[in-house]
Design a protein around this ligand. Structure first.
Ligand SMILES: Cc1cc2nc3c(=O)[nH]c(=O)nc-3n(C[C@H](O)[C@H](O)[C@H](O)COP(=O)(O)O)c2cc1C
Length: 145
């Protein structure tokens, strides 16, 4: 069985100060060793991340991530045990248009594509479902309650 956890948070520093490359580097190195997969989305100052793997390892990582000063207001959205992974091909997938220096039109396109992905991704698990619902929220810049 695979443990899945979705949380959301708000970035504490500006995108440039965030060092998203460093976060991803840390995530990919560590997650590979612990066999943790998932997806991280950053947009409009907010993060949504889903982590999946061994329950103890995911919880240990979540404790570390929760204390990271680069973000705050870390809220657990959903957790559950599931039959299989939803992000098995992705060590830690990451979406953010700013990383690629896209222009306004490209960013609009990116948002549209991510919304489509959110709409059409398989919704077999509540935690995955809530992950995509929250991705939708940050893309549409809705207030996350
Ligand atoms: C939004 C966010 C998501 C993160 N996701 C992960 C992750 O999936 N895996 C990970 O190892 N670290 C992640 N980190 C980084 C950890 O909080 C922590 O800095 C890192 O694990 C420490 O690595 P180090 O011991 O190599 O310095 C994330 C940080 C932030 C702010």
């Amino acid at each position: 069985m695979i443990y899945k956890l979705t949380y959301e948070s708000n970035a504490c520093v500006s995108f440039d100060e965030l060092g998203i490359d460093r976060i991803l580097e840390q995530a990919r190195d560590h997650n590979k060793v612990q066999n943790i997969t998932g997806c991280l989305v950053y947009h409009n100052g907010a993060f949504v991340q889903i982590l999946e793997g061994d329950r103890e390892e995911v919880n240990k990582l979540f404790q570390i991530i929760s204390k990271d000063v680069r973000h705050s207001n870390v809220r657990l959205v959903s957790e559950e045990m599931d039959e299989e992974r939803s992000f098995s091909d992705w060590n830690m997938a990451y979406f953010d248009p700013h990383l690629h220096g896209l222009n306004k039109a490209d960013i609009a396109n990116f948002e549209k594509n991510l919304l489509l992905l959110a709409d059409f991704s398989e919704r077999l698990s509540t935690t995955v479902n809530l992950f995509w619902i929250n991705v939708r929220k940050i893309i549409l810049n809705l207030k996350i309650s």
